[in-house]
Ligand binder design. Structure first.
Ligand code: S3P
Length: 177
C-alpha cells in the first residue's frame, strides 16, 4: 500500500512524508524530486523548457510509474512507500484517478494565512509563484486554495487538520489511522 500526502504548496507534504516514512520504516518518495531526477532538471527548469503542460504530463507519467511499482511491492496491508505529491498533482484527472485507486491519500490542510506566510519566505523554487508581488502572491494562494480544496478532499481518505500540530503529531495521526 502507498500512503500519499496531498495539499497545497507549503503544506509540509515532504517534511511530514520523511518523518512518516521513518516511523513506518518504509521508503519515502517526493513526486517533484522523482520528476526532476527523471528529467535531469529542476522544477523551474522543466517549466521553462516545456511549460506547465509539459510538467503536468511528466508528473502524470511519473505518478503512474510509482503507483505501478509500489502498489504491487508488498502485501495490501503493508506500507510500501510514503509518497509526497506535488500540490497540483490531483488536478490532473488521470492523476486523481491513480491517487484514488492506487493509494491511501491524506490531505494536509493548513490555514491559508499560514500557507501565505510560509510561501512568502519560500517561493524561489516554485515557478507558479515566481515574479509575484507580495499582494499578488497572497491573492493567488487564497484563490487557488479555494479552487483546489474540494479536489484535495475528494481524493483523500481523511483530512488532517494540521493547525497547531507538530510534524511528529501529524505523522503519528496518519500512522495510527
Ligand atoms: C505545484 C506544486 C509544486 C510543484 C509545481 C506545481 C502546484 O509542488 O509540483 O511547482 O501546482 O501546486 P509542491 O506542492 O511540493 O511545492
Amino acid at each position: 500500500m502507498i500512503i500519499a500526502l496531498c495539499g497545497f504548496m507549503g503544506a509540509g507534504k515532504s517534511t511530514v512524508g520523511k518523518y512518516l516514512a521513518s516511523l513506518l520504516c518504509c521508503e519515502q518518495i517526493d513526486l517533484d524530486a522523482y520528476i526532476c531526477k527523471r528529467e535531469g532538471k529542476s522544477v523551474p527548469e522543466i517549466f521553462d523548457a516545456v511549460g506547465e503542460t509539459g510538467f503536468r504530463a511528466a508528473e502524470g507519467e511519473c505518478l503512474r510509474e510509482i503507483v505501478e511499482r509500489y502498489s504491487s511491492a508488498s502485501s495490501p496491508d503493508a506500507v510500501s512507500c510514503v509518497l509526497s505529491l506535488g500540490g497540483g498533482a490531483p488536478l490532473n484527472p488521470m492523476c486523481f484517478d491513480l491517487i484514488c485507486k492506487g493509494t491511501m491519500c491524506f490531505y494536509l490542510k493548513v490555514p491559508v494565512e499560514l500557507l501565505q506566510t510560509r510561501l512568502i519566505k519560500n517561493h524561489a523554487q516554485r515557478p507558479l509563484l515566481a515574479g509575484k508581488s507580495l499582494q499578488e502572491l497572497k491573492a493567488y494562494v487564497e484563490e487557488k486554495v479555494a479552487q483546489r480544496e474540494d479536489i484535495y478532499r475528494k481524493c483523500s481518505k481523511r483530512v488532517i487538520d494540521t493547525a497547531g500540530k507538530s510534524i511528529e503529531q501529524i505523522a503519528f495521526e496518519i500512522a495510527n489511522f
